[in-house]
Design a binder for this molecule. Structure first.
Ligand SMILES: [Zn+2]
Length: 271
């Protein structure tokens, strides 16, 4: 496939916009000033912002791709998405998709844990055109779960978000980007019409609608890094299927999950 700007679809994956640590690191927190610059650059480059469900319609052949599409996504549902990122998105007239962890919405953070968006903030985001998607119920590695647990994470989170928001939830993002055939089937069976992975690769009109490739944006990515991403340089085009090392890593994690859930007296290490 040619690597022309026409066929390359950058799908950016942000987490936090702020200067506080999330998951005990600043790595996934983009400073507000940098975020503003990055959104301004996307506008300057004449990119057309899309939600993931809008892009999914293109991938399914139901809609033509707009000129020079770009997708902005946020994982994990930190409150700064509503407090800091939303005003910037609105100022630059950009839309986005927010993937939230259903069981954490509106709950108090655990000791030393990160806060979550509440329902009012989620409804505000939705009212301003931000698509709300599910990032599972509890943010565990789905490809290690038993079928009943998987059902709770995929279908249960969708139901909880739809009940809380009063609108349909159509897109899913796999925690840590981990998915397998069983995970994709459960997500499809739960009624979602698209799902995002990570891959750190550029999406394109032949990408897998249930494993849309995204690029993780880090604190150090910088505006120059976003420029390279929009140029389609520095990242590969998304490939179909899984790499051997992905399968090997899953086999290891799955064995560990079964071991720790079968012997609950052991303390599961952090993932
Ligand atoms: Zn996540």
């Amino acid at each position: 496939m040619s690597r022309s700007a026409k066929t390359v679809v950058p799908v950016l994956c942000y987490h936090s916009v702020g200067d506080v640590r999330r998951d005990n690191t600043l790595r996934w927190s983009v400073s507000p000033g940098d975020f503003d610059e990055q959104m301004a650059l996307i506008r300057e480059r004449g990119r057309t912002p899309m939600t993931v469900s809008g892009y999914a319609a293109v991938l399914r052949g139901l809609a033509p791709p707009p000129p020079r599409p770009v997708l902005i996504t946020f994982d994990d549902g930190f409150p700064d998405l509503a407090e800091t990122a939303l005003p910037v998105l609105r100022r630059h007239r950009l839309t986005a998709t927010a993937y939230v962890i259903a069981a954490r919405v509106g709950t108090a953070p655990p000791p030393d844990g990160d806060p979550s968006l509440d329902w009012e903030q989620l409804r505000e985001l939705h009212a301003h055109g931000v698509e709300i998607g599910s990032h599972s119920r509890s943010h565990c590695a789905l490809d290690c779960l038993r079928p009943s647990e998987l059902h709770q994470e995929a279908a249960g989170s969708r139901r909880a978000l739809e009940d809380g928001l009063g609108t349909s939830v159509r897109s899913f993002a796999y925690p840590y980007g981990y998915h397998s055939g069983a995970v994709r089937s459960a997500v499809r069976a739960a009624g979602y019409t698209s799902a995002c992975g990570v891959k750190n690769a550029l999406s394109h009109p032949n990408d897998d609608v249930f494993a849309i490739a995204r690029v993780l944006i880090e604190r150090d990515t910088g505006t120059a890094g976003i420029g390279a991403l929009l140029d389609g340089t520095g990242w590969p085009l998304a490939w179909r299927g899984e790499r051997l090392r992905t399968r090997g890593w899953r086999a290891y994690r799955r064995a560990r999950h079964l071991l720790y859930t079968a012997r609950p007296q052991l303390t599961q290490p952090p993932s």
